[in-house]
Design a protein around this ligand. Structure first.
Ligand code: ADP
Ligand code: MG
Length: 242
C-alpha cells in the first residue's frame, strides 16, 4: 500500500489582511516529486511551512496519515531546507548538520555516522569546522540541505534550494537530492522560480493568486512515475507497492 504522507482540504492562510494561501486541497504520497512554482509572494513558503507542521493554517484541515500528529513530525520525519538563512550561529557547520540527530537522541557516534557522508557528498568537508558567519550563502544553503536530510526524513520540503548557487552547483545539488529520494522513497517538494529546475520534477503544483493548482507536469518527466503511484495519486487502489 502506498502511504499518504499529507492530506489537506480547504487550506487558507492569512497574515492579517494579507492572503497567502486560498483554499488549497492536495495529497502527497511517498515517492512524490513535486515542483511548487509561482511568482514571489504567491504563498509557496507559507504552504511549505504549513505542510511541515511549523505553522498553522487560518482555516482548513491538514493531516499526516502516515506520519502522525504535527507535534511528532519533527525532527526525524519531515525536513525543511528553509529559503532564509537558518543555521544556528553559535554552532559549527558540522554541528548544525548533526542537530536533528542530536534532537532525536543520538550521541557522538550516531551524529558522526549520519553527517560524514553528507558533508563529503555536498562538498562541505573544508568548512565543516567553521561557523555560519565564516561561510558563503551557497555553502550555507548546502549545509541546510545536509541538515534536512541527515535523519532520512520521509518528507523533504526544499524552499528555493538552489537560489544562492551557480548553475553547475545547483545541478549537482539537485542530482544529489534525486539520488537521495530515489534511495529512500521520500516525498520531495521543491519550491522554485527556476523553470529548468521545475522541469526536472515529474509533478508540478502552481500557486496563482494564492490558489494552488495541482497538475501533472506536461513536459518530459525526469523520473518516470510507476503505475502504483499514479493510481494512488488519483485516489484509486494501487496495484502494487514498493
Ligand atoms: P513566496 O514564498 O511564494 O514568495 P510567501 O509564502 O513567502 O510567498 O508569502 C506569501 C504572502 O504572505 C506575501 O504577501 C507575504 O508578504 C506574506 N507573508 C508571508 N509570511 C508572512 C509573515 N510572517 N507575516 C506577514 N506576512 C507574511
Ligand atoms: Mg518563498
Amino acid at each position: 500500500m502506498t502511504d499518504v504522507l499529507v492530506r489537506a482540504r480547504g487550506l487558507t492562510k492569512a497574515f492579517g489582511q494579507v492572503a497567502a494561501i486560498a483554499d488549497a486541497t492536495f495529497t502527497v504520497i511517498e515517492g512524490d516529486q513535486i515542483a511548487l512554482v509561482g511568482p514571489s509572494g504567491s504563498g509557496k513558503s507559507s504552504l511549505l511551512h504549513i505542510i511541515a507542521g511549523i505553522d498553522q493554517p487560518t482555516d482548513g484541515i491538514i493531516e499526516w496519515p502516515a506520519l502522525g500528529p504535527a507535534d511528532t513530525l519533527r525532527p526525524a520525519q519531515v525536513a525543511v531546507a528553509f529559503q532564509a538563512p537558518s543555521l544556528l550561529p553559535p554552532l559549527t557547520v558540522a554541528e548544525n548538520i548533526a542537530l536533528p540527530v542530536r534532537l532525536a537522541g543520538g550521541g557522538d557516534k550516531a551524529a558522526a555516522a549520519a553527517t560524514g557522508p553528507l558533508i563529503e557528498r555536498l562538498g562541505l568537508s573544508d568548512i565543516a569546522a567553521k561557523l555560519p558567519e565564516e561561510i558563503s550563502g551557497g555553502q550555507a544553503q548546502r549545509a541546510g540541505i545536509a541538515r534536512a536530510l541527515v535523519t532520512a526524513p520521509r518528507l523533504i520540503l526544499a524552499d528555493e534550494p538552489t537560489g544562492q548557487l551557480d548553475s553547475a552547483t545547483a545541478a549537482d545539488l539537485m542530482d544529489f537530492l534525486f539520488e537521495h529520494v530515489d534511495l529512500t522513497y521520500a516525498a520531495l517538494i521543491v519550491a522554485t522560480h527556476d523553470v529548468g529546475l521545475a522541469g526536472r520534477l515529474p509533478l508540478r503544483w502552481q500557486m496563482l493568486d494564492h490558489r494552488l493548482q495541482t497538475e501533472a507536469f506536461t513536459g518530459v518527466p525526469a523520473v518516470t512515475r510507476t503505475g502504483a503511484e499514479t493510481a494512488a495519486q488519483a485516489g484509486a487502489e494501487p496495484t502494487c507497492s514498493s
